[in-house]
Every structure is written in C-alpha cells, then in structure tokens.
Design a binder for this molecule. Sequence first.
Ligand code: PLP
Length: 385
Amino acid sequence: MQRFYFDHNATTPVAPEVLETMVACLGQVYGNASSIHHFGQAAKQRLELARRQTAALIGCDPREIVFVSGGTEADNLALFGTVRNGARSSRHVITTAIEHPAVLNACGQLEREGVTATYVRAGSNGIVDPDDIRRALRADTVLVSVMHANNELGTVQPLAEIAAITRAAGVYLHADGVQATGKISVNVNALGVDLYSMSGHKIYAPKGIGALYVRRGTRLRATMFGGHHERDRRAGTENVPGATAFGSAAELAGSRLETESGRLSALRDRLESAILERIPHTGVSGNRAARTPNTTNIYFDGLEGEALVIALDLRGYAVSSGAACSSGAVEPSHVLTAIGLPVERARASIRFSLGSSNTVEQIDALVAAVEAAVAHLRKLSPVAV
Ligand code: PLP
C-alpha cells in the first residue's frame, strides 16, 4: 500500500539536500568546535556558516543565534533564562491559552517557583487580541510569550502589535516560532520580538537541533552550566552536524518560501473546499485568512477524531487529531477548547498539515478517502448529526 503524509506540523522528513550536507559533515568534520587545531577550526567554520544561514532566514545578526536541541529547549531557555534572571522579588509572566506544552508547562514550573502567570485567551478565530495582553500587564511583568503560528490551527498572531505594547512597557517579548519559520516570512526586527524559538525537525532538518534568537542586549541567564559554549548562553559541545543540517534547511526554506507557500496554500484550499463541499456537517476552525499556508483544522460532527485518524491510517493517509492521550483517556485539544469549540466538536477535529512531498493527486485521493471513512464512521456512530 502506498502511504501519504499530511502531518508536517508534527514533524517533517529530512530534505535530501539537508541529509547530504549533514552526512558529509558527520563523515568529514569531527573536530570539537572549541579546539584550536585544524580539526576544531574546520568544525567551527561549519558551525558559523550554519549560524549565518539560520540568521538569514529570520533577518538577525548571526551572533544572536543560540543553537539548542530543539523547540522545547529554545522555549525553556527563553522563559527560564529571562524570568529567573530578574532581580525583582515579584515576577509575572503573560502567555496565552493556546501555546504549545513547551511554553505552557514551562510556565507551570515557573508558577511552582513562585512566579505568577496570566494565560490570555484567544478569540474564536484562534487569534490573540493585543489589547488583552496590554490589559494583563502589571508593574512586575518581566516577559510576554506569544506563539507566532499555532501548531493546530496555523493561525498567525499579531506579534508586531504585541511588540509595540511590550516595548512601551519595557517587557521582553518571546515568540515560539517553531510552526512559523520556513512557512511564512519572518523578520525578527520587523516583528519586534526579543526572543524567537525555532526547531529543525519542523523545517526538514532532523530531530535534536533547534535555535533560539536572542536580541542583542537581552539579559538571559543560562539554564545549563558547563563550558563557555554559545557565548555562555548554552553549555555543551556544539552539535555541528545538527547545526549544519539546520543551516542547510534554513537556507532551503528561505529560497523556496514564496513558491512553496503559494503551492501549499493552493493545495490546502483545494482540500478544504472539497471536504466542506462534499461532506456535510463539517467546518474549519480558526481564522482562515491569517494562517500558515500548509495547515487546516476541520471538524466532522458526530464522530471521534481519533477514530478517523485510525481509519485514514488504515487507508494509507497520515493525519492528526491534535488530541492528547493521557492515562488512557483521549483529552480534547486544549487549543480547540480554548477558542470555544464545544468538547464534542474539539474531539471530532482533524488537523491536516501539508508539506513538500504533497501533490494535487494526493489531495484528491485524500479527499476521497476522508469522504469514505467519514461516511463509514458516521454510519456506526451512535450520535446522530
Ligand atoms: N512549539 C511548537 C509550536 C511546536 O509545534 C512544537 C512541536 O510540536 C514545539 C514547540 C516543540 O518543538 P520540539 O519538538 O523541537 O521540541
């Protein structure tokens, strides 16, 4: 059976160009980038090339890039690094209810350490109102963390407007850019963010590498202690092959951003309109205009998203329900419930996230498979629609 992948927000395959660059690096460049001899300097050169390539994707100075192990570490370093650094006795952070667990659970830990956190809601369109951030600010607020693009809905947050508010208040702004980098154009200076997280495996590089942009002058305390790597911001011998892959993927993403975003949004729109037209009792969640080009989240009333994921997998199509399975019970997505979807509708939702290998033929085949699977599941479902 042929299998097709529509779950690129979960992870992406490594691009052939990236793999080639990384394998060459693994085979040839084994020095420690901190060593002063030839082998070390060859590694250092590869690392610095990767830093320049990464910086170019988001319009910053290479010295503002800190390589880390992935999006989760980038988010943790941004949050703990800035909040724990504060000299104030009372500290407050603001984030949103639709963040990834890498931010939400880091905030939870900060709360256990005595920090106060405010979780701003997003509207039913999946977008945060900058005025809600303004209203949540307090005299002791040290950090605002708002994701750039949401992983489940694709909705893009008004970061520049939020940055105008945080700047005026003298508060740092962190953005989790894991789902935005490589999909939409990002310029950290135009956005006005102070910290920006990225992850390799979402942009066709492997798992285990990511980067945090740290605006020059931002006071950041390291969260791991060891050698003086990454300008004292992240200790540990540098993952040169990983960084090389990240740099290569960043360059590739930058070079094909425009064509790929047009191609993917056309495919996504084709998928969306075919499903909405051909399958009754369906709808799209979140704002359809301010979205990453590859993502759509569709509900199919009257059935369980998990059951549809399995039914589609059996037909060779990989999609995601966005729901989390904790202790055997399937919890509805916190993002979908936070934007006001009733629990049954949140449970009946599927995220389709497209990527480089998807074609028109695959989309048409996917629509037919979804139509057949939904009809079958609805026939079995005790809930009438
Ligand atoms: N932030 C967002 C928005 C994500 O979608 C993800 C991964 O799904 C992460 C952070 C975590 O990134 P990583 O898997 O690289 O740790």
